[in-house]
Design a protein around this ligand. Structure first.
Ligand code: HEM
Length: 130
C-alpha cells in the first residue's frame, strides 16, 4: 500500500541518518536562495522542523486517508503567500523533500518506493494549482 511504502521509507531514512531536516533545507536553499532569509528568526531550527513534520503528515495523509491534506496545503499556500513565499516556490518544497529522501535512501530507494513518492508528487501537482 502506498501509505505503508511512504512511512517505511521515512522510517528507513530516520534510521540511517536521523532527522533529514538539515539536508532538506540545504537543498531548498541551494535551489531557492532567497527563501533562507525568511528563516533568520528560526535560530534553533524549530520552525523548520515543525514545518517539515507537517509536510510529512500531509504527505502521509495524501497517500492514505486523504482526510485533510489537500485542504491544509491550500490553506498554507495562502498563509505562505503572506509570508513572502510565492505559490510556485511553496509547491517546489515537495519535490525538494522527495529528492533529498531519494539521495539519503541509497539502495532503499526501490522502484516501488520511487513510484509511491512519484504518485504523491503527481497528486499534489495535479490537485493544487501553483
Ligand atoms: C519553499 C517553500 C516554503 C517556505 C520558504 C516556507 C517558509 C516558512 C516559514 C518562514 C515558516 C515560519 C513562519 C513563522 O514562524 O512565522 C513556515 C512555517 C510553516 N510552514 Fe512553511 N514554507 C514552505 C513550504 C511549506 C509547505 C509545502 C508546507 C506544507 C504543509 C508548509 C507548512 C508550514 C507550516 C505548517 C508552518 C508552521 C510551522 C510551525 O508550527 O511553526 N510550508 N514556513
Amino acid at each position: 500500500m502506498t501509505q505503508d511504502l511512504i512511512s517505511e521509507s521515512l522510517e528507513r531514512v530516520a534510521e540511517r541518518h536521523g532527522d533529514p531536516a538539515k539536508a532538506v533545507y540545504a537543498r531548498l536553499f541551494s535551489q531557492q536562495p532567497e527563501m533562507e532569509a525568511l528563516f533568520v528568526g528560526d535560530k534553533d531550527g524549530l520552525s523548520r522542523g515543525n514545518m517539515l513534520a507537517n509536510v510529512f503528515e500531509v504527505i502521509l495523509d495524501l497517500a492514505g486517508p486523504r482526510s485533510y491534506g489537500l485542504n491544509m496545503v491550500r490553506a498554507e499556500i495562502t498563509n505562505h503567500d503572506q509570508l513572502g513565499v510565492p505559490g510556485a516556490v511553496f509547491m517546489s518544497f515537495f519535490p525538494v523533500v522527495v529528492e533529498t529522501l531519494k539521495e539519503l535512501s541509497g539502495d532503499d530507494w526501490t522502484p516501488e518506493v520511487a513510484a509511491a513518492w512519484a504518485g504523491v508528487l503527481d497528486d499534489l501537482a495535479s490537485l493544487v494549482p501553483a
